[in-house]
Design a protein around this ligand. Structure first.
Ligand code: DSN
Length: 426
């Protein structure tokens, strides 16, 4: 077969784009080379429907070992007793979880998407909002913090089957114990989608959902710095507290119901090449090197937030405990869309984001979300955050001045040379 130079040229260009730009999308990161290597191996050829030791195909003796290692390592990272490493993505993990524990029409209570929540937590444009009956809590207008009183009131009044904690644009920690307390009053499950803060939870830098939430899901490619994918985890509750039944009406262990909801419930063959990448990344999470990395992510985010605030930018909730911040640009008279598009021209990549109580549409938005996991992987420290904020500010304050944008783009390229990305790839 002739080498497809068209596609490989584009892959090469994407690597250059990643190398030359400042990557501030809060949900992105750069995997280690060995993680990336694993995802491009012969494992992509293997069908392995089922689970280690109980597959529907022959020839699974090698992938069984790989998948078991991924399971054992992630259980060790989070000190939990159950892991399913097969979900192809975070959304797939969440879909499987909901399938396992809910019936169509059941009420679910999550953080509103426009307040920092996630599509799979009940948004009307997502399966979770179509199949189930979504209810939402918000953040408080004055503080930008979760409105726990509202959450408790809605929980008591509506009695949802499930309360969801977790967000994609919230820079503060969650009070899992408080949520569990009200859930216990109404016999509801509590699920934490820790996709964003997972790396901090792994190292005890943010509070752990595992003691308080029946279920925890995550993506593996954000602060966990693995390949793109998802996981479902559980600390205990194997006993199936509400006596959920399978299709045949049998009460099963919770772990069993979750496994069945992933395969055959929502997925076919697992991506064993990605699972190998996950296993490697989970091994990396256990190292001291990762502790140093994720501690630096938190320091960098705090340094960046301070630097933005010193320049008069409005950070929702007044700062950050994790890797991201949400900036309301209304006092600067710039929309999120315009900011994203203009910064893109200068090779500074981030995303427009609705801010709480936004008066603009989700396609325009009043804010931007900024995250530091990727630049920290590139080796940046607190002092570099000040530089990045200065570059962003220069673009935003000269938003229609093409000359300034071009000058910043050149400065970005020169700046990024100090922080090599995958030098082994030439
Ligand atoms: N798209 C992810 C994010 O950017 O937060 C969430 O799925």
């Amino acid at each position: 077969m002739q080498r497809d130079s068209v596609i490989f040229d584009l892959i090469g260009k994407e690597l250059e784009r990643q190398r030359n730009g400042i990557e501030l999308i809060a949900s992105e990161n750069f995997t280690s080379l060995q993680v990336m290597e694993a995802t491009g191996t012969s494992l992509t050829n293997k069908y392995a429907e089922g689970y280690p030791g109980r597959r529907y195909y022959g020839g699974c003796e090698i992938v069984d070992q790989i998948e078991q290692l991924a399971i054992d390592r992630i259980k060790q990272v989070f000190n939990c007793e159950y892991a399913n490493v097969q979900p192809h993505s975070g959304a797939q993990a969440n879909a499987a979880l909901l399938l396992a524990i809910l019936q169509p029409g059941d009420k679910i209570l999550g953080l509103d998407l426009s307040m920092g929540g996630h599509l799979t937590h009940g948004s009307p444009v997502n399966f979770s909002g179509k199949l189930y009956t979504p209810l939402f809590y918000t953040v408080k207008k004055d503080t930008g913090l979760i409105d726990y009183e509202m959450l408790e009131e809605k929980a008591r009044a509506e009695k949802p089957k499930l309360i969801i904690c977790g967000a994609s644009a919230y820079s503060r920690d969650f009070d899992y114990a408080r949520i569990r307390k009200v859930a216990d009053e109404i016999n509801a499950f509590v699920w934490c989608d820790m996709a964003h803060p997972a790396g901090f939870i792994a190292k005890g830098l943010l509070s752990s959902p595992f003691e308080h939430c029946h279920f925890v899901t995550s993506t593996t490619h954000k602060t966990l710095r693995g390949p793109r994918g998802g996981v479902i985890l559980m600390k205990k509750d194997f006993e199936n507290p509400f006596g959920l039944k399978d299709l045949k009406g049998n009460t099963r262990m919770m772990s069993n119901l979750l496994d069945m909801a992933v395969f055959p419930g929502t997925q076919g063959g697992p991506l064993e090449h990605v699972i190998a990448g996950k296993a490697i990344a989970f091994g990396e999470l256990l190292t001291e090197e990762f502790t140093v990395y994720i501690t630096q992510v938190q320091k960098n985010a705090q340094a960046m937030a301070k630097s933005f605030m010193d320049r008069g930018y409005h950070i929702i909730s007044g700062g950050t405990d994790n890797h991201l911040m949400l900036i309301d640009l209304r006092n600067k008279n710039i929309s999120g869309k315009k900011a994203q598009e203009t910064l893109d021209k200068a090779h500074i990549t981030l995303n427009k984001n609705s801010v709480p109580y936004d008066d603009k549409s989700p396609f325009v938005t009043s804010g931007i979300r900024v995250g530091v996991p990727a630049v920290t992987t590139r080796g940046m420290k607190e002092e570099h955050m000040e530089k990045i904020v200065e570059l962003i500010d220069r673009v935003l304050m000269n938003i229609d001045d093409e000359e300034t944008i071009l000058a910043v783009k050149k400065e970005v390229a020169a700046f990024m040379i100090q922080f090599p990305l995958y030098p082994e790839l030439g």
